[in-house]
Design a binder for this molecule. Structure first.
Ligand SMILES: Nc1nc2c(ncn2[C@@H]2O[C@H](COP(=O)(O)O[C@H]3[C@@H](O)[C@H](n4cnc5c(=O)[nH]c(N)nc54)O[C@@H]3COP(=O)(O)O)[C@@H](O)[C@H]2O)c(=O)[nH]1
Length: 889
């Protein structure tokens, strides 16, 4: 974000400052001029008023002097005693009325006694000490009109006398004639010139004594204004007729503009002047100007404040605007940068669809350069693979102002198709009109491919590439719908390879995998295109046959599948032959829905396997009930320990050399209240499938061990052989469990012989060897049960720490008649001898068999010829009988 232009703002303040300065200057100038004009006008007016009064006074003095001179000339040479006859009261009163401003006329003799007056009450009064008598007498000069200082008359009134000396004999002082000026007359005169309430005018004697003043003068009458520094003194000292001053006016005691004018009297000559003062208070003179000043100042400051405020507001809004613009620019830059470098392809078109902008990612995605794309229509990317309706919908949506989002299969510049997901939105101008469209496009090609792969993995078996169990479900559903719709039949075949486990065990898993792939190819090739073969997992396959009209249709296919399965397969150096078992369920005969069909096909397969393998079996109700029985059996088996329904029988093992019972084999039985005595042949495989064999096996082992210890304590020393299932053998806790049981029961490990089938050992021979060694190190004997029936590798056998080989009873059964069985029995005995093992023949029922076995060198035998498996409490008696030599019980 760029900083606001502070320089511009400062300049604006500078300009405003200059404007303020100029405006202020104009205002000051204006005010100054106003002040000066006010002052000048007032000066002029005051001067004029002073002059008017002064002239008036001059005239009054002149007129009065003429009266005095007339009086004096009438008295000249006349003795004072007769003056009153000449200047009679009535004539004087007449004069008084003729001369305004004169209150009293006096005639005073040289002794200072009043000889006549228009005020008879004054006649005879001595005024010898009065200034108006004393000054002329001392000055002497009959050509001078004396202006005596103002004084208080004997009548108590205030006055100022104009005096002429009456010359006496020989030029001696002969007395005076005087006229007393009436202050009230002059006060009125002064009042008439006062043109404003604050104006004060005064008449001052030349010595500085205040004669009269308007308004309000009486208290101030006689006040001396001639003190040093006063305006009056300055005027007098200046010698000028007229002066104009500003300052403290002593008469009023405040600051005033004062015009002082000396009343000029050309003729007669006066001894003292009379000064007129006209004044106004500064406060009043300039009150208007001051108000103007206040207004102007107020206006000026208002202008300054308002302008400053407006400028500050303007700058603030400008600053905000600039900040917003800067922020918007920064945001725009970021957005532009973001779009430029976006991981998504971005394309902007005008409203007609002409490309105006594409970003880098767009170019990477489509293969078009910016110059190649701009100006073009987006249909350059269009492929026929995306249906037209998609584009119709797209345009309808964005033209209506909404966002369109969807997947498109477009075409790159090089012609390659690619999947993308686009979101296209309209852009509007300020009026809300659509002006452009912006498309945000993401490359989802990899995702789509991955999805396709995942979907393939989800529905196809990765090894054979056949549809898997999940796909089977879907297809089965579809097939059922189709069959229902067409009213045709359908068959579901479950196929399980027989002996596949042995291929895996003996040739390894890679070989097993190749076998499965080969079978997948064979099955696919023998079926119609319409039919479906799936791999369900492991060695299980499923086939859906459509349009099955008769059971035979399914039989034909089942036969072909069995045939093809049984064809030899070359795996590395080995040619392997496997077979298959097939279970068939028909629609609608064996089920109307997928679940039932699948369950019934499974039951049929189970049956086929039980039938000896390499065969197929149709589902029927009988099978269904067998299956139900199996399920019921399984449920009861889970509670067998809890309900204490197991028991152990013991079958003696006899030494052919001594004829004595040397040991017993523990054989479990299930005494079920529901199913009766259940053979281990029936429930042990079920227990192995459900892993119930682990707790059951441990229970048998512990019961057998405890019994062995009991017999041992009773003096019956017998080895105890206990069968160990392959499931138990593979249990990781096998060693710990056996050790714990031996510890718990107190049985010696050397007395225990664990019987294992060949198949339990050959699956993982290295691990089996390790476990067997552990068992041997405990002290237990190891017997291989049913020896010769499985796929024993003699190489493995050599390495297993086995102590006993048991010759299976299938070889013993026909020993007397089948030379092959005899040869096998003989080989087993020879092998055992070579490997330093013992041999036990089981299932011996006849003396003939016994004789042959003895002849072959077999060490021990078991069989009904001596004893069936019996409960523990019956065994001691049997042992006793056998030892006593009775072989037939
Ligand atoms: N894992 C476990 N397997 C066990 C256990 N108990 C038994 N079994 C296995 O069950 C299979 C069937 O056993 P069973 O029905 O007990 O049959 C045994 C004998 O009764 C029978 N036998 C013995 N002598 C004769 C004879 O002279 N004739 C004849 N027809 N049958 C005879 O053979 C079976 C003993 O076989 P084997 O164990 O191989 O020595 C069987 O495979 C048992 O192993 C158990 O607790 N755990």
């Amino acid at each position: 974000m760029s900083a606001p232009p502070n320089n511009t703002f400062l300049k604006q303040w500078g300009v405003l400052g200059i404007a303020f300065f100029l405006l202020g200057g104009a205002v000051v100038h204006n005010l100054y001029k106003g002040y000066r004009d006010t002052e000048a006008i007032e000066q002029q007016r005051l001067k004029t008023q002073a002059r008017v009064v002064a002239e008036n006074i001059s005239n009054s003095i002149g007129a009065t002097d003429r009266v005095l001179l007339t009086l004096r000339s009438g008295l000249r040479g006349v003795p004072p005693q007769r003056w009153s006859a000449i200047a009679t009261t009535s004539s004087l009163k007449q004069l008084e009325s003729l001369i305004p401003g004169v209150r009293t006329f006096l005639g005073v003799d040289s002794a200072g006694r009043i000889r006549f007056s228009n005020r008879p009450e004054l006649v005879g009064t001595s005024v010898v000490y009065r200034d108006y008598f004393r000054i002329p007498r001392e000055a002497s000069g009959d050509d001078i009109l004396f202006v005596a200082p103002p004084f208080q008359t004997v009548l108590g009134s205030w006055g100022m006398n104009l005096v002429r000396i009456i010359p006496g004999q020989d030029g001696a002082f002969g007395g005076i004639v005087a006229a007393t000026l009436d202050p009230d007359h002059f006060t009125a005169l002064l009042g008439s010139i006062n043109y404003s309430g604050d104006m004060v005018s005064a008449i001052i004697h030349g010595d500085g004594l205040l004669f009269t003043m308007a308004p309000e003068w009486k208290e101030l009458a006689g006040k001396n204004l001639a003190l040093p520094g006063t305006l009056f003194s300055r005027h007098r000292a200046s010698g000028a007729v007229e002066n104009l001053y500003h300052g403290l006016f002593r008469a009023t005691g405040d600051e005033r503009m004062v015009a002082l004018r000396t009343a000029v009297v050309d003729e007669p000559k006066t001894d003292k002047p009379i000064i007129v003062a006209a004044s106004r208070s500064d406060a009043s003179i300039f009150s208007g100007w001051r108000a103007h000043l206040r207004n102007q100042t107020l206006v000026l400051f208002s202008i300054i404040l308002v302008s400053s405020y407006l400028l500050a507001r303007y700058q603030q809004s400008k600053r905000v605007q600039l900040q917003q613009t800067a922020a918007a620019n920064a945001k725009l830059r970021k957005l532009t940068h973001g779009i430029e470098n976006s991981a998504s392809a971005v394309m902007i078109t005008d409203k007609n669809g002409t490309i105006e902008y594409v970003n880098r990612k767009f170019c990477q995605l489509t293969g078009y350069g910016i110059d190649e794309a701009v100006g073009q229509n987006p249909r350059i990317l269009k492929s026929e693979a995306t249906p037209r309706e998609v584009f119709d919908n797209l345009w309808r949506t964005i033209l209506s102002g909404s966002e369109w989002r969807g997947e498109l299969l477009n075409r790159r510049k090089n012609g390659e198709l690619y999947w993308s997901i686009a979101s296209i939105s309209p852009l509007r101008d300020d009026q809300g009109e659509i002006t452009h469209f912006i498309a945000n496009v993401e490359d989802i090609n990899d995702r789509k491919n991955a999805e396709a792969t995942i979907e393939h993995l989800a529905y196809y078996d990765p090894l054979t590439d056949l549809p898997n169990r999940r796909m089977l479900q879907d297809r089965l559903e579809i097939a059922l719908k189709r069959s229902r719709r067409q009213g045709s039949g359908m068959a579901l075949l479950y196929l399980d390879l027989d002996g596949f486990k042995h291929v895996n065990d003996n040739l390894g898993h890679p070989a097993g995998d190749r076998l499965l792939k080969e079978m997948a190819t064979r099955y696919t090739s023998l079926l119609r295109d319409d039919d479906l073969v799936c791999r369900m997992g492991g060695d299980e396959f499923a086939v859906i046959l459509h349009d099955v009209h008769h059971d035979e249709d399914a039989v034909v296919v089942a036969h072909r599948l069995l045939e093809q399965t049984a064809q030899p397969v070359q795996l590395d150096d080995s040619e392997v032959v496997v077979t298959a078992s097939i279970g068939i369920a028909l629609f609608p005969k064996n089920g109307d829905d997928t679940r039932t069909l699948e369950k019934n096909a499974d039951i049929a397969l189970y049956h086929a396997k039980g039938e000896g393998k390499n065969t197929f079996s149709f589902f029927d109700e009988e099978l269904n009930s067998a299956s139900r029985n199996r399920i019921a059996l399984e449920q009861r088996l889970r509670q067998v320990l809890e309900k204490n329904e197991l028991l152990v029988l013991y079958q003696p093992k006899i030494s052919l050399a001594t004829g004595k019972v040397t040991g017993v084999e523990a054989l479990v039985r299930w005494n079920s209240p529901e199913f009766g005595m259940v053979s281990p042949l029936r429930f042990i495989p079920l227990a192995e499938e459900t892993r119930m064999i682990i707790p059951i096996g441990e229970w048998v082992l512990e019961t057998a061990c405890r019994q062995q210890v009991l017999w041992q304590e009773q003096g019956l020393s017998l080895t105890m052989a206990v069968n160990l299932s392959s499931v138990q053998f593979k249990s990781p806790t096998l060693i710990e469990r056996i050790t714990a049981i031996l510890d718990k029961t107190g049985m010696l490990a050397e007395q225990l012989e664990l019987e294992l089938t060949e198949s339990a050992l050959v699956e993982k021979p290295n691990e089996a060897t390790w476990i067997l060694e552990q068992l041997r190190s405990l002290g237990c004997g190891i017997a291989i049960d049913d020896f010769g029936t499985g796929y024993s590798s003699l190489a493995y056998l050599k390495n297993f720490p086995v102590t006993v080989l048991k010759i299976d009873r299938t070889f013993v059964r026909d020993l007397a008649h089948d030379s092959g069985d005899r040869a096998i029995a003989q080989s087993v005995v020879a092998l055992a001898n070579n490997l330093d093992m013992q041999t036990v023949a089981e299932g011996v029922e006849q003396q003939e068999q016994l004789a042959i076995l003895r002849e072959l060198g077999c060490a021990f035998v078991q069989g009904f010829i001596y004893s069936r498996p019996v409960p523990a409490d019956e065994l001691p008696a049997i042992v006793h009988t056998i030892t006593a030599g009775d072989e037939s019980l």
